[in-house]
Design a protein around this ligand. Structure first.
Ligand code: PSU
Ligand code: MN
Length: 289
């Protein structure tokens, strides 16, 4: 199985593309031999594997709370709707027995705000789920983000790359911990983590397909303006990431949206291949005496 997050649908992508992409990611996973399970909170119920109607409902709703670790008890206790972030989805996926999770970009340390550390990074340090992503957007401080992942004991794998990808662009100049070229290699590392009974997860970073990459200077220009606007408007806390994502999209127009969709589908495909390899290896494993 491959888990999918729902904050991407409610706070990450504009309508109507959000629903189209949510459906397309599920379809890609099915075509690649795995089973998709989009995660959300609906009327106070943790829901793993949304129906198509539920996906459409979320994509059109306005009052869905963005749910990271600290928000889950609030939405469950109050009985509302919640969209899970990377951290929230990892928590739920682990409790549902799902080991692999595909998304676009993870949260990280915000540029110029080294104390704004996404709960995604700490969740990766404590919950044994593998997150397949295109790295982290350059709206973040990527060197500091990698430092926190190191402190949290999270192996950062580069899928077909030696460099940590920067979401819209394939390279950041920053090294990953190890390069893997096949789903089987990734699965071996996940199994080794399980053998050690480590609490934390694994980050698999997949560069955006070359033909969908944005020019680095174009992305950087939009990011710099979006960051300046966020400062000016005093945007804080959980509002920062959705604000920056929306502004960068507006400033770069359709190009960044196309890039975003391309990397999401690519990540769904890679995550499925890893899930399939992992289940094959687990089936063939001879239990220790
Ligand atoms: N990065 C993206 N798209 C997204 C997000 C991050 O490129 O949609 C979302 C994810 O759900 C991620 C969350 O878990 O933003 C991080 O938010 P915060 O910085 O508030 O932890
Ligand atoms: Mn943040």
């Amino acid at each position: 199985m491959v888990a999918l997050e729902s904050t991407l649908i409610t706070h990450g992508l504009p309508r109507p593309k959000n629903l189209e992409v949510a459906r397309a990611m599920e379809a890609t996973i099915r075509e690649s031999g795995a089973v998709p399970a989009t995660v959300a909170i609906l009327s106070g119920q943790i829901t793993v594997g949304l129906t198509d109607d539920q996906l459409a409902y979320l994509a059109e709703s306005d009052n869905v709370r963005k749910c990271s670790r600290r928000d889950l008890p609030i939405v469950l206790g109050r009985g509302g709707d919640g969209a899970t972030t990377v951290a929230g989805t990892m928590m739920v996926a682990h409790r549902a027995g799902i080991q692999i999770f595909a998304t676009g970009g993870i949260g990280g340390v915000h540029r110029g705000h080294p104390f704004d550390v996404s709960a995604d990074l700490l969740e990766l340090g404590r919950t044994p789920v593998t997150v397949v992503c295109a790295g982290a957007k350059a709206i973040l401080d990527l060197p500091l983000t990698l430092e926190i992942l190191e402190t949290q004991g999270v192996p950062v794998l580069g899928y077909g790359t030696e460099e940590f990808p920067a979401f819209y662009t394939r390279s950041s100049g920053l090294p990953v911990d190890i390069r893997c070229d096949t789903p089987e290699e990734v699965a071996e590392i996940i199994r080794a983590r399980d053998t050690l009974d480590l609490p934390g997860g694994t980050l698999v970073t997949v560069p955006i397909p070359a033909d969908s990459e944005l020019p680095a200077d174009e992305a950087e220009l939009a990011i710099a303006s979006a960051l300046a606007e966020a400062e000016e408007q005093g945007i804080q806390g959980k509002g920062v990431t959705p604000f920056l994502l929306a502004r960068v999209s507006e400033l770069t127009g359709q190009a960044s949206l196309r890039a975003n969709v391309a990397l999401l589908l690519n990540n769904a495909c890679v995550a499925s291949a890893i899930a399939v390899a992992l289940s094959r290896q687990n089936l063939n494993r001879v239990p220790p005496p």
